[in-house]
Ligand binder design. Structure first.
Ligand code: BTN
Length: 264
């Protein structure tokens, strides 16, 4: 669907969606017309003048990055490209489950936007609608700081890949990017402190409700290019994926360098 109305990102509109209780966590909100990558920008800031709660959005990314060194398609004005710089306090929580928790936060922000049906999470953190990719999450670290990057497809131009989904298509009409960006940022600001206090366990029941791969036949692609086939059994309390392999043994995978596909 085309973004015919071409509503540009607007600080005041986005800010109006941040609940008062979450405002203290938002230290800076920046919107760029064009940037290399919102994640790269905040990773650089983390090295020179770090500030927890710094949010960066852009209309377009020239070098948008996805997981595993992939490119993230980032055309002007169509989607949401959002990054948040964050510092967990001491005692530092175990970060191995963070990507799972952020996936749940993205889904819950979409629910608050009225999208209740058809959203699923594919381990480690692809957000799917009807089996097609709606959003992607890239979490990176610089010293004590992390950058949480979210790409949410809102309109998608016609040339986009057919296995992608977009919010406007789900809502069957024009939607406001500012509305969904505000809901997303609000959710991150309200639930990263929950992750700080309780870790992944606070998010697991939501995760289980939308686990796309659960009990599916899958193949795990390792960095060595080795493939492991089996049936997905869910995730552990620390965010590893559990696979019952072809020998009937349980294997556990960390999200780092692994990618997963369904097999028929
Ligand atoms: C993936 O599914 O591969 C993760 C995609 C993450 C894309 C977002 S868009 C905002 C932020 N800036 C980037 O360069 N990447 C993330």
């Amino acid at each position: 669907m085309k973004n015919n109305t071409m509503e540009l990102l607007n600080k005041e509109k986005i800010n109006s969606l941040i609940e008062p209780k979450n405002q203290p966590y938002l230290s800076k909100l920046e919107i760029f017309n064009e940037i290399d990558s919102t994640n790269t920008y905040l990773l650089n800031q983390a090295r020179s003048k770090p500030l927890s709660g710094w949010v960066c959005l852009a209309e377009q990314q020239m070098e948008g990055r996805g997981r595993l060194g992939r490119e993230w398609f980032s055309p002007y004005g169509y989607n949401i490209y959002c990054s948040l710089l964050w510092r967990f306090k001491d005692p530092h929580p175990d970060l191995s489950g963070l990507s799972i928790a952020v996936g749940v936060m993205v889904v819950n922000s979409l629910k608050k936007g009225g999208i209740h049906q058809g959203i699923q999470l594919k381990w480690p953190n692809d957000v799917l609608f009807d089996g097609r990719k709606l959003a992607g999450i890239l979490i990176e670290r610089s010293g004590d700081y992390i950058v949480v990057g979210v790409g949410l497809n809102v309109y998608l131009p016609e040339m986009a890949q057919h296995d992608w989904a977009a919010v406007a298509e789900i809502c069957k009409g024009p939607v406001s990017r500012n509305f969904f960006a505000g809901l997303l940022i609000n959710e991150l600001l309200s639930h990263l402190p929950v992750y700080q206090e309780q870790g992944l366990k606070a998010f697991l029941s939501d995760w289980h409700q939308c686990d796309f791969l659960f009990h599916k036949n899958i193949v795990v692609l390792l960095p060595s290019e080795k493939e492991v086939f089996g049936v997905m059994q869910g995730v552990t309390n620390t965010g590893e994926m559990i696979l019952k392999n072809e020998k009937g043994e349980l294997q556990y995978f960390h999200c780092g360098e692994v990618s997963v596909r369904c097999v028929m």
